[in-house]
Design a protein around this ligand. Structure first.
Ligand code: GRF
Length: 190
């Protein structure tokens, strides 16, 4: 039976789109019962709907606490019998309620060669530090932000004529290839 994955995104959703395309073309052998966003107006949700996928969304502010918000997420995940949670630009730190319920079953993509350049501005930080190479990492999510075990990494060269924008573009293009590969790796192991 096919494994079930849920994709979480807060923003643009280019990674979400790359993953959904890989699911549609059969490169990822999994079902996606729903995509979730904590931002009802996220572009990511439009992309998911356009590709014919079901979406779910609610804001943390609708709940009294992060615990209650995450409990609602866990209820949704369990209802749809989700095996793996795939974070793709989900801009909330995952708290203990969700982490404990989905231990070792949440993965994330980060635009740097972890453990270098953790945090929300990783591409810019690597560029401004004058690195000759940076990259992309897919890792398990633990309580340490951007700190869980690495699943797959790929290097991206920083060229001498790169601008931040051209580097960002190449890092993102690498993400769109690497994330589907990493999801397949995880699904094969589980
Ligand atoms: C990506 O760079 C990802 O590595 C990071 O957030 C960004 C999301 O981009 N976690 P998008 O929303 O998939 O376009």
């Amino acid at each position: 039976m096919k494994k079930k994955i849920a994709i979480f995104a807060s923003g643009n959703g280019t990674n979400l789109e790359a993953i959904l395309e890989a699911v549609k073309s059969g490169k990822i052998k999994a079902e996606v019962p729903f995509c979730f966003s904590d931002k009802p107006d996220a572009r990511a949700l439009e992309r998911a709907r356009r590709l014919g996928f079901h979406t779910e969304t609610f804001r943390i502010q609708m709940f009294g606490s992060k615990e209650k918000y995450e409990q609602a997420i866990v209820t949704l995940l369990e209802k749809h019998k989700i095996d793996l949670v795939v974070l793709a630009g989900y801009m909330k730190i995952v708290g203990p309620t969700l982490l404990d319920a989905y231990k070792n079953r949440i993965i994330n993509i980060h635009p740097a060669l972890l453990p270098a350049f953790k945090g929300a501005t990783a591409i810019k930080d690597a560029f401004e530090a004058g690195e000759k190479e940076t990259g992309v990492s897919v890792h398990y999510v633990t309580e340490e932000v951007d700190g869980g075990p690495i699943i797959l990494q790929r290097k991206v060269e920083v060229k001498s004529d790169d601008t931040l924008e051209s580097l960002e573009q190449r890092v993102h293009e690498t993400e769109w290839v690497l994330y589907p590969e990493a999801i397949n790796l995880v699904l094969e192991k589980s």
